[in-house]
Design a protein around this ligand. Structure first.
Ligand SMILES: [Zn+2]
Ligand SMILES: [Zn+2]
Length: 432
């Protein structure tokens, strides 16, 4: 089971849209006023409660709740175009990726429940619909929280031509999607606003109010909230790079078959404590790696589709070279391997070659692979996985049936085992 889709009626949607847009306008006005008048927030009853790591947090009491309203702001080192890509999510998997990167270990799960409006040519950030999120607020010492909320995002351009993008969220009450057992439903009205500055960097603002409900004392929440957001500058600055990295097609590891030590691509002297980068497939040492939490593609149990996997997250290792120049960012050709002495554990290509006498001759993959015996793949650099990925997705999916896929998976395993034993054999030969 995936999360059920909601089908709110047109009047209900119009009602939520109106309230969400009203909040967006309030958030945009507040950030604009603060930018032009540093005394504005004080006049609105906000007090500065934290000034750290280049970001400031202001809080004020809320007339209807003991949980304070907050306004956090700072400068982050990225562009408005990058951020427009970074925060836009129109699939559940995109949303999970974004939240995994922003909430890190506190993120549990998220889903898109109803889509009403999506991006347009003029506004790549435009979106309205209903989403769901489950996460820990302030670590796992309190019960997890969840919320069903309406989200509106979009772009505004000011008189001087500078762009501001916003994404605001507002809890909605719906009996159609009750909270999970042992999960407390929270109530919030929160927004992100990113304004383009004359030097092309952006000023971010997190603004709003959140009532966690359940057993969380207000004084704990009010004190913890600014601490939790102290790293927002870094988080927003890195968000887009991380997202591009996570979304890059994962490369299978590049196996060293000549028996030479595995050297870190960033600091080649280091041959110890290495791992493989998921993005470029090359060796990276412990000092030069980056571990990124990201959602699994399938978050429900295959054996029992009604049951969700309780921790739908995966941790993957990347090298810092890939982080600095993520694929599709137009920054570098780093991910194109320059190593001619190593063979690719490129299963898709290898297995097509190894099965060229079999029944897979007609598969879509076949046309992308070179002819030849399987052993040849072991000692020459196979075609990069990226080339294989360039085959239109629809062709690949359409060309397979479950039985073929199962067989492919088994052959992948065989190729992997053969390659491993080859490496071991060569190591033995070299050490003799
Ligand atoms: Zn890498
Ligand atoms: Zn290194």
């Amino acid at each position: 089971m995936q999360y059920p889709q909601l089908h709110l009626s047109a009047p209900e949607i119009a009602h939520h849209r109106e309230l969400t847009e009203a909040f967006a306008n309030k958030a945009l006005a507040a950030t604009r006023n603060h930018r032009h008048d540093r005394a504005y927030l004080r006049g609105q009853g906000y007090k500065l409660t934290q000034d750290k790591n280049g970001s400031q947090t202001y809080q004020r009491t809320c007339p209807t709740s003991s949980f304070e309203e907050y306004f956090m702001t700072g400068i982050c080192d990225t562009t408005i175009d990058e951020m427009s890509y970074g925060i836009y999510t129109e699939t559940t998997h995109d949303l999970r990726t974004l939240f995994a990167l922003t909430f890190k270990n506190d993120f549990m799960d998220a889903a898109i429940l109803q889509t009403c409006e999506t991006q347009t040519e003029e506004d790549p950030v435009h979106w309205f619909g209903i989403k769901y999120a489950r996460l820990y607020l302030h670590a796992s010492i309190f019960q997890p929280r969840d919320t069903v909320y309406s989200e509106l995002s979009g772009t505004r351009v000011d008189e001087a031509g500078y762009r501001t993008i916003f994404q605001v969220r507002r809890t909605i009450e719906t009996p159609l999607f009750p909270a999970f057992p042992h999960v407390v439903r929270f109530d919030h009205q929160m927004g992100w606003v990113f304004s383009e500055l004359p030097d092309r960097r952006i000023q971010f603002t997190i603004i709003g109010h959140l009532d966690p409900h359940g057993n969380m004392p207000a004084w704990v929440f009010n004190k913890m909230t600014p601490k939790k957001h102290a790293a927002s500058c870094t988080m927003f600055s890195e968000l887009v790079r991380l997202r591009r990295l996570v979304e890059a097609p994962s490369k299978d590891t590049l196996w060293v078959v000549d028996g030479s030590p595995r050297r870190c691509t960033m600091c080649p002297k280091n041959t110890k404590h290495w791992k493989y980068c998921r993005c470029c497939g090359q060796v990276t040492c412990r000092k030069c790696l980056l571990t990124i939490s990201q959602p699994l593609k399938v978050t429900w149990s295959k054996a029992d589709p009604a049951r969700h996997i309780s921790h739908p997250m995966d941790k993957a290792v990347y090298c810092k070279a890939c982080f600095k120049a993520p694929p599709n960012s137009g920054m570098s050709e780093h991910t194109q391997s320059k190593h001619s002495s190593i063979t690719s554990n490129d299963f898709d290509t290898a297995l097509t070659v190894s099965s060229s006498q079999g029944s897979f001759r007609d598969s879509a993959l076949h046309s992308t692979a070179s002819e030849g015996p399987a052993t040849q793949v072991m000692v020459t650099r196979a075609k990069s996985l990226q080339d294989v990925n360039e085959v239109p997705q629809a062709t690949l999916v359409g060309a397979f049936n479950p039985a073929v896929q199962e067989s492919l998976a088994y052959q992948r395993l065989l190729v992997e085992q053969m390659q491993r034993s080859l490496v071991v054999q060569q190591n033995i030969t070299n050490s003799q």
